[in-house]
Ligand binder design. Structure first.
Ligand code: NAG
Length: 288
């Protein structure tokens, strides 16, 4: 990169441009009265445009065809400042440690059950009925689907590297790659990654960026559980009924009692306490 680029100064309103012109110039003879009228006209136009825009928005959200939301804005919708790092435990050079961290990623709580009215208020298409409370509908929060996809892709690659049989169908991996691709396009993240002037430049090193608050989203999903566990797909996908995957209602939820009745269990039965499935049950040599 050209050295001078590093010290490029920002132009203020009246700074001279390289060709000698100014960014905000009026002919000298223009009277201040003329300027005042121009500003009043611009303000008036701005007010009219705002009204048009607001009425248009009300029409589109109230009476017209429902527009899908950019983001559903579930939960508190907070942001945090985070530092971008080149490496993390998920890219550790120690295969054993890296595998353990990827295996520990749990996206089950991304499946949520929300009141039907909540979904209606957000113009969402209706999800499937929650079996333990038919006033609720089931949704999978997109970030958790992406996490499921990344974990699948990681696992397929790990199996390839270790010459193990592929446990996930190639179509599933292609679907996952395509979903993440479409997330990238959808989010069109325009954050400029700062570059270094090294021979082989790196970008975004230690840069601070603004992120959606994952912890807040996670807390919201945990407060609206669909009691779901994906488990071992090679076993669970084959089952005739999928209801077993939905029995993991945490203590304190009104649905736990319904689940206990359904499965003929007593108060001592705490399905959410069951051990989470780990892929090391299939790949024992990496268990720690
Ligand atoms: C990798 O991590 C595991 C678990 O922490 C450790 O036992 C092992 O010694 C590490 N291997 C190397 C090569 O550092």
């Amino acid at each position: 990169m050209d050295k001078s680029c590093e010290s490029a100064r920002l132009l203020s309103n009246n700074d001279e441009l390289p060709d000698g012109s100014s960014t905000l110039s009026f002919p000298a003879k223009q009277s201040s009265r003329h300027l005042f009228i121009t500003i009043c006209m611009l303000l008036g136009l701005s007010v009219v445009l705002n009204i048009v825009h607001t009425v248009g928005f009300m029409l589109s959200s109230g009476f017209g065809v429902a527009q899908p939301l950019l983001l559903a804005k579930v939960g508190p919708h907070l942001t945090v400042q985070t530092q971008w790092l080149q490496t993390s435990r998920y890219s550790s050079r120690n295969d054993t440690e890296r595998d353990v961290h990827w295996d520990n990623i749990n996206y089950d709580n991304g499946l949520v059950a929300v009141p039907e009215s909540w979904a209606r208020d957000r113009d969402l298409p209706m999800g499937s009925v929650f079996p333990w409370d038919n006033t609720k509908r089931i949704y999978l929060i997109n970030a958790y689907h992406a996490m499921h996809c990344l974990k699948n892709i990681y696992r397929a690659f790990m199996e390839y590297q270790e010459s193990l049989p592929q446990s996930i169908a190639p179509e599933h991996i292609h679907h996952c790659l395509d979903q993440i691709r479409s997330d990238v396009i959808c989010h069109a993240d325009d954050t400029p990654r700062v570059t270094t002037s090294d021979m082989r430049p790196v970008t975004a090193e230690c840069q601070i960026r603004t992120c959606r608050n994952w912890e807040a989203l996670n807390a919201w999903t945990l407060a609206n559980p669909a009691c779901y566990r994906y488990g071992d797909p090679e076993v669970e996908d084959e089952k005739e009924s999928q209801i077993e995957r939905m029995k993991f209602c945490p203590e304190g939820t009104p649905e736990l009692e319904v689940v206990r009745k359904y499965f003929n269990k007593g108060k001592e039965w705490l399905p959410a306490e069951e051990k989470l499935w780990s892929w090391f049950e299939k790949v024992p040599k990496k268990g720690v």
